[in-house]
Design a protein around this ligand. Structure first.
Ligand code: GDP
Length: 430
């Protein structure tokens, strides 16, 4: 049984926590896209961790953690991440890395930095981890696959060829020092030694696991609105954030994905530039940011303060639709307990016409939020285990959101811990 855990919005919805919760009953957890540019925050008995490359199941000793072929693999970051969790007392996890995974090269990170410098104020708000140059090279067919690290002749020839090409950009476009192919080759040899113990034919491994009836979780990074096709292009990420891509980025048949858990946060937050219709500012935003998530809404990788907004039904309905949602996990609801009234964005006003369908970026830029205000519940809902025990206004908020987005909310997360979860029956469940 394969399940995907993906985001409906701009990322940071709490996918890490939901994956960690579901991983208790899973055998295998796979990252299928993205790189170390975003992070998941996980709180468990070992402490608080920000994971960038490892899937959220690494803290259990019964799970296998996999880096799928669709991931932008930064080998030193993976290596340090493994070390940092083991150093904090977590047992050495079982980790597999796809032999078809491609490698984030040191020059990808440099190119990202140089390009952001060149763009100045017009930058895309990149985290400068080399992800966009990495995926560009992958599709330009000059990327390095993990399997190639084990073929010296091939590696040497390719390093020469790629350096020659990249050095033109480095020296002439960015006016920066050229790369030395010998140095790069030595770095790749180091990478080979770091990754060697984990390299596997992952799709074959998964094929067997599916036949054996294992429970497999596909863990997405970011959310629908950052998808390069269906998101707020060009303010998007460079790999697909949709559950459908889980089949490709892990190497399994699409029809094996039986459950798609779309994580939706009870309010909005976003990082980076781009239209954000329900955004709020000033003291209102500061308070929500300070109280948000677990210890404030600041990027897990970058520490950047996140942009804040009210819940956006239009964006979330769209986000759930493109994921192919079977279940919504509605997260971080406890944070809203301080508000007397909670505004919710129920429509977009585009040039005087109100719509509930998420528009293309050109029209998104012009959209104004249509807000509806719901009463708050003014208490702390952490620790509640049964849906019926939630305050009435809190249940009303959940049910209002469910009706607006049109997908069943079957999980409500009311705290950062792995057991802070309330399961509920939804009349929308099939
Ligand atoms: P991801 O990238 O989607 O995994 O999201 P983040 O790692 O940014 O998660 C959002 C933050 O919210 C993290 O600090 C989590 O520990 C925290 N979190 C997740 N679920 C809940 C919840 O239900 N309540 C609270 N208060 N915090 C939560």
């Amino acid at each position: 049984m394969v399940k995907a855990v993906v985001g409906a919005n701009w990322g940071d919805e709490g996918k890490g926590k939901i994956t960690d919760t579901l991983a208790e009953k899973a055998d295998i957890i796979i990252r299928f896209q993205g790189g170390a540019n975003a992070g998941h925050t996980i709180v468990n008995e070992y402490g608080k961790f920000a994971l960038h490359t490892l899937p959220s199941g690494v803290f259990y000793d019964h799970t296998t953690s996999i880096i799928g072929n669709g991931v932008a693999l930064n080998i030193p970051i993976l290596f340090n991440e493994i070390k940092s969790i083991v150093d904090k007392g977590v047992p050495m996890p079982k980790i597999l890395v796809s032999d078809r995974c491609q490698i984030v090269m040191p020059y990808h990170v440099l190119l990202d930095q140089y390009e952001e410098e060149r763009l100045g104020g017009k930058s895309f708000g990149s985290t400068k981890s080399g992800i966009a140059p990495f995926y560009s090279d992958k599709y330009a067919k000059i990327g390095f696959q993990v399997s190639e690290l084990f073929d010296d002749e091939l590696l040497e020839e390719k390093v020469e060829r790629v350096c020659e090409m990249k050095n033109i950009l480095f020296e002439h476009m960015y006016k920066k020092p050229a790369m030395d192919p010998k140095e790069l080759l030595a770095t790749l040899h180091e990478y080979r030694d770091m990754v060697a113990p984990y390299v596997t034919d992952v799709s074959l491994f998964l094929n067997k696991a599916i036949k054996e009836g294992k429970t497999i979780l596909l863990e997405g990074q970011l959310g629908t609105l950052k998808d390069p096709d269906h998101g707020i292009y060009p303010m998007v990420t460079s790999s697909s954030t949709l559950a459908a891509y889980g089949a490709i980025g892990a190497g399994i048949p699409p029809y094996e994905i039986k459950q798609i858990v779309t994580v939706v946060k009870a309010y909005s937050s976003a990082v980076g530039a781009g239209a954000f219709v329900s955004e709020i500012f000033g003291d209102e935003a500061d308070e929500l940011r300070r109280r948000g998530g677990d210890g404030g809404e600041y990027g897990a990788t970058t520490g950047r303060p996140r942009r804040m907004g009210w819940f956006d039904c239009v964006a979330s309905k769209y986000g759930c639709r493109l994921q192919g949602t079977t279940d919504v996990a509605f997260t971080v609801l406890d944070v809203l307990g301080y508000l007397d009234e909670i505004p919710v964005c129920v429509g977009y006003d585009v040039d005087g016409e109100v719509t509930t369908e998420f528009p293309v970026t050109r029209l998104l830029e012009k959209s104004k939020p249509v807000l509806k205000t719901l009463p708050g519940w003014k208490c702390d809902i952490r620790g509640i285990k049964n849906y019926e025990d939630l305050p009435e206004n809190c249940r009303n908020y959940i049910e209002f959101v469910e009706e607006q987005i049109g997908y069943p909310i079957t999980m409500v997360s009311n705290g950062p811990g792995r057991h802070d979860i309330i399961y509920r029956e939804s009349k929308l469940s099939k």
